[in-house]
Design a protein around this ligand. Sequence first.
Ligand code: GBH
Length: 509
Amino acid sequence: MKLLVVLSLVAVACNASIVRQQRRFPDDFLFGTATASYQIEGAWDEDGKGENIWDYMVHNTPEVIRDLSNGDIAADSYHNYKRDVEMMRELGLDAYRFSLSWARILPTGMANEVNPAGIAFYNNYIDEMLKYNITPLITLYHWDLPQKLQELGGFANPLISDWFEDYARVVFENFGDRVKMFITFNEPREICFEGYGSATKAPILNATAMGAYLCAKNLVTAHAKAYYLYDREFRPVQGGQCGITISVNWFGPATPTPEDEMAAELRRQGEWGIYAHPIFSAEGGFPKELSDKIAEKSAQQGYPWSRLPEFTEEEKAFVRGTSDLIGVNHYTAFLVSATERKGPYPVPSLLDDVDTGSWADDSWLKSASAWLTLAPNSIHTALTHLNNLYNKPVFYITENGWSTDESRENSLIDDDRIQYYRASMESLLNCLDDGINLKGYMAWSLMDNFEWMEGYIERFGLYEVDFSDPARTRTPRKAAFVYKHIIKHRVVDYEYEPETMVMTIDEGH
Ligand code: GBH
């Protein structure tokens, strides 16, 4: 009998879910959701908004979008912003991360002409959040460059850093009295590699030899100028913070050989190091191994100089250390090989310079997006690596989320999304246990939205949006109830199931 009692106690102690349930998120940990202007706002040409590169692309080459759709109306948040804030209250969010449409504020991209209706829209959105104690986090740029600036070369033109600084000034002046966290850019890799170095995002330049590299240097310089502007002229009175968000998926070696270890390192440098290193590393500039490799390949290819535009010592010092925090968008992981499943890649290109193959492990749960699987504990792996590499910065997870297919039969029952979010929570808690200075987490996304090249096929929302309904009705999915429960109780409760699918606003929200 005694033995039985002891055995069952041991069994309880070893039951991982019970042990896990005791781990709590601190009360001041910031839980939120994230969205982006072009993906939710609609009203693409209303009230004086200028054209941006997504408007231009979807109207001129509609065939690049998988379902031939566009963001002209999207979730129509421009007209539904009060409902958006009501959803934030239903979820009990601490914070909401959203982006500003540059061309809604500055229709030509330049600061000579400010659109009062654009300023008014964001003021209303912010004030509505503040009324209910929801902390607004602003992203200045989430991929929707004013078309007029693209016509001048966009991020391939070094003057972009001045134009961005001018825009940042208008943003800080108008919103900085109430908004205390600014993220300059969302995901330089997606802006530079996907938009300039390949054809997977607007402006689909496909300038494979140098597009991503020119953009990388100009973008981090633009970030630094906006940072100094905030630091010098606004922080002293407004007292907030300014940072940048980098997309950091995890890339680990497929086998523990030195070749694959090196391949994984080069891949990490090509995916996010070329954007993060100039800002966050102690020495500044581009990461060494990749930069040597590009120089070597460029020479072999007959270029009189490296295709990667190196920083001067002065430029390195200017960009280095210009961020109060590191925003990390993390979704998934890949295994990297020096020899297997490579290419064919265009020559010359970043992919050919890095020269690796990659794939997701077969055992990892698959989402509706080809690139997105549930890789075990990858937030912790990625943040541990960054924490060591960049000397323990302040971290926020600024995006993390799961896609389901729009054709799924019962779209509101999203048990796979729940599984993904619970796994993410455990990985966050592992970071906190290790003393990583992680302060918040934003789920992608509050609601279904225009998923770029995938149109409305891949759905990332905690709320479903009915895009066939002119009112764009939003309905909570099961995962919305689970996330709400996590935020409220600060623990991951594996027993929790919503009793009904009816959402209400808890007292105090
Ligand atoms: C985020 O990017 C974005 O910030 C957000 O706007 C977006 O809605 C969200 O992800 C969900 O996608 O099809 O193989 O060429 C995450 C990083 C990089 C993920 C590009 C998709 C396409 C890979 N994204 N990637 S592929």
